[in-house]
Design a protein around this ligand. Structure first.
Ligand SMILES: *[C@@H]1O[C@H](CO)[C@@H](O)[C@H](O)[C@H]1NC(C)=O
Ligand SMILES: *[C@@H]1O[C@H](CO)[C@@H](O)[C@H](O)[C@H]1NC(C)=O
Ligand SMILES: *[C@@H]1O[C@H](CO)[C@@H](O)[C@H](O)[C@H]1NC(C)=O
Length: 384
């Protein structure tokens, strides 16, 4: 067990030896207090197969900065996603789906946001991503959950209270200052189309975010009676015709976001919610309050949402009519859970081809070597 208890010095060495991009970790990961726990964690994380290698097609922009693409290279498409032990399998499938359908997969840079206190440390999560997607450009950024924990109020489903759900509100600070546009994606979705089409959309006027809007949904229901009956609060929508949109797929202009201090605007509504309950859902309503009616409407094909069913039962749902570029299992039911329980919904079959989880490979020694732990792990012990 001893070799899983890594000192900070060894972490640095590991980092330089195995990770070309060497993470984006801003602080030292906490050390694992319990070697046995760390080993169990690794055993679980080892169970992913390596994704096929995806290469750029013709006509992709070459890196501006020479042979290597840095995070600030203007030819890069930036995608931000959260990465945590609970939704890991979904995140890995989502990345796989993006790469598979992208015209220029090598020009995509993933920004993974990991929680400081996740049961799998950011370091272990990074190593897993590296072993699953050996040539992927990515960083793992640590989200300091204490920044937001006091702002979170209870909601109708416990999963909605995970601090990491709020990370999308902090992308302006978390991502490198040179990142001017980012696509935020939830972890329970897959793309079945070229992400460049989404990346290329225009955010007209001074619009800060783009997302598909759903104007037939009854907007009243996203806020409580206490909100609508207040003499002042509903005036936030004065001069706007707000429609529901889902925050699981957003194109964000981070320049306008930072300039307009939108993080603070979202937080202000979370503070109102703490004092008096104005909505029931988690991280979504404050975005509706700030951006509702002021969102660049993206084609609905980019968020076929609700496939996870409702928030309480997670029943099967059909697709909305029209073309599909992105399937989103928002709601309680997740395809990997239903597939494991052998009770899949019909559309879960569309998620399965992107799944790289492979429980049977847990004892595969080749897999262990890929992670840098197999035969060479004894070398690390001697450094401790
Ligand atoms: C996106 O825009 C770039 C630059 O304008 C263009 O070269 C590329 O073909 C576009 N890709 C798609 C899929 O529209
Ligand atoms: C929307 O819901 C509210 C409250 O549930 C209801 O009073 C209102 O009539 C509904 N509006 C429409 C257009 O259905
Ligand atoms: C891995 O091996 C151990 C013992 O060598 C065994 O108990 C366990 O069931 C195996 N796990 C899998 C998933 O095959």
């Amino acid at each position: 067990m001893a070799h899983f208890r890594l000192s900070t010095g060894v972490l640095f060495l590991l980092c330089f030896l195995f990770l070309p991009f060497c993470l984006g970790i801003r602080s030292f990961p906490r050390l694992m207090a319990d070697g046995t726990g760390a080993e169990m964690e690794l055993n679980h994380l080892l169970r992913y197969s390596e994704a096929p290698e995806y290469r750029n097609g013709d006509g992709c922009r070459a890196p501006v900065s020479g042979e290597f693409r840095t995070v600030c290279d203007p030819s890069i498409v930036h995608i931000a996603m959260t990465l945590d032990s609970e939704y890991l399998r979904g995140s890995i499938a989502a990345v796989h789906s993006v790469l598979k359908h992208a015209s220029c997969p090598e020009n995509i840079f993933f920004h993974f946001i990991a929680g400081e206190f996740d049961s799998a440390s950011p370091r272990v999560l990074s190593r897993l991503v590296r072993s699953t997607f050996p040539s992927l450009s990515f960083k793992v950024h640590i989200f300091r959950e204490d920044a937001v924990i006091n702002l979170i109020s209870t909601s109708i489903r416990q999963a909605l209270e995970n601090p990491l759900n709020y990370a999308r509100n902090y992308l302006g600070e978390i991502l490198d200052a040179c990142v001017e546009r980012v696509i935020y994606l939830d972890s329970d979705l897959v793309l079945v189309d070229d992400v460049y089409k989404l990346w290329n959309i225009t955010l007209s006027g001074a619009r800060v975010i783009g997302a598909p809007e759903y104007c037939h949904a009854n907007f009243t229901n996203y806020f409580t009676r206490s909100f609508w009956s207040d003499p002042d609060l509903p005036r936030v929508f004065a001069g706007r015709s707000p429609c529901y949109f889902n925050t699981g797929v957003m194109v964000m202009d981070l320049v306008r976001w930072r300039e307009g201090n939108y993080r603070r605007k979202v937080e202000n509504w979370m503070e109102v919610q703490k004092r008096r309950r104005i909505y029931e859902l988690g991280s979504l309503p404050p975005f509706l309050l700030v951006f509702g009616g002021d969102v660049e409407p993206i084609d609905h094909r980019w968020n076929q949402h609700g496939l996870g069913g409702d928030n309480l039962r997670g029943s099967c749902r059909p697709l909305h009519p029209g073309p599909v570029s992105l399937l989103h299992w928002s709601g309680k039911g997740k395809p990997w859970v239903r597939l494991d329980e052998k009770k899949p919904c019909p559309l879960d079959d569309l998620w399965e081809p992107y799944d790289l989880f492979n429980g049977k490979m847990a004892n595969d020694s080749r897999q262990q070597n890929r992670m840098g732990f197999g035969s060479s792990s004894s070398a690390f012990i001697s450094w401790l």
